[in-house]
Design a protein around this ligand. Structure first.
Ligand code: SF4
Ligand code: SF4
Length: 256
């Protein structure tokens, strides 16, 4: 499927360096959190593109690249794949940072104006935010998602992602020793463990650690075991429900 030529190899080499630097920085800085996503199946992508001939691809150097779905290498691969299936891929738009950054995306859209005008459809190799952003920014074109967004998680090593946060809107990590029960407990319990916890593992399957065992161990380690006896206050789940909009005030200092 992927046909490497000199320019692709060069891009791959540069991308490899950038990826290594970025990965190194993220490991050093203890980051590596991202929206984790997977490419849809080839069949789904081709079905989605039925009736559209001239395609422009979109990717970015943020979560899309880190998840190996929308970096330059994957945009090149998709170009080859679609060309092999009779599509006319006009090119791709790659946004440094992320397609969720409207300012950066608008700049790239402006740069590629002529190519975009010619397109029948955009295929977005990034999360649902990216596809919706493009739908709103370029309503006269159809933007289609090439990926499924799965969860907010970590990347302990390349190609490996673990779910870590459900973005509940009311973080309780201060009480749970930095381990999220909502996301990491299979039942999302706020007052675990349940009766299915056995030898540190969850009843769900033999590979899943019991989040509440992890929380217990961590609280004991940091001498906060009293937290586990606490009857958790009611959680305000309304904060989880969307659609939400947050407008931050411009401030000179964090707390004003
Ligand atoms: S408590 Fe809520 S915000 Fe905090 S890590 Fe868990 S899901 Fe995310
Ligand atoms: S065994 Fe532990 S992680 Fe699994 S559902 Fe029960 S409390 Fe949650």
């Amino acid at each position: 499927m992927a046909r490497l030529n000199v320019s692709t190899s060069f891009v791959l080499c540069i991308q490899g360096h950038l990826f290594s630097i970025r990965l190194f920085m993220e490991i050093i800085l203890g980051l590596g959190r991202m929206i984790v996503m997977e490419l849809k199946s080839k069949e789904d992508i081709l079905e989605m593109l039925e009736g559209y001939e001239k395609i422009v691809l979109f990717g970015d150097s943020g979560c899309a690249q880190m998840c190996d779905v929308g970096g330059i290498l994957q945009l090149e691969d998709m170009t080859d794949f679609l060309a092999d299936h009779g599509k006319d891929v006009l090119g791709y738009v790659f946004v440094e940072g992320g397609l969720c950054d409207e300012f950066a995306t608008k700049q790239e859209l402006e740069k590629h104006k002529n190519m975009l005008e010619e397109a029948d459809a955009f295929l977005v190799q990034a999360c649902g935010v990216a596809t919706q952003n493009l739908t709103e920014m370029v309503p006269e074109k159809i933007s289609l998602p090439a990926v499924d967004s799965d969860f907010l998680g970590t990347m302990p090593e390349r190609f490996h992602h673990d779910e870590r946060c459900s973005m509940c809107g009311e973080c309780v990590l201060d009480l749970t020793g930095g381990i999220c029960p909502i996301t990491r407990c299979a039942k999302g319990l706020l007052n675990g463990p349940c009766g299915g916890s056995m030898d540190g593992m969850c009843e769900r399957d033999e590979d899943t650690e019991c989040a509440w065992q992890l929380i217990y161990d961590r609280l004991r380690e940091i001498d906060k075991l009293d937290n586990i006896k606490r009857i958790w206050e009611m959680k305000d789940w309304s904060k989880k429900h969307g659609p939400k909009t947050i407008v931050h005030e411009a401030k000179d200092a964090l707390f004003q």
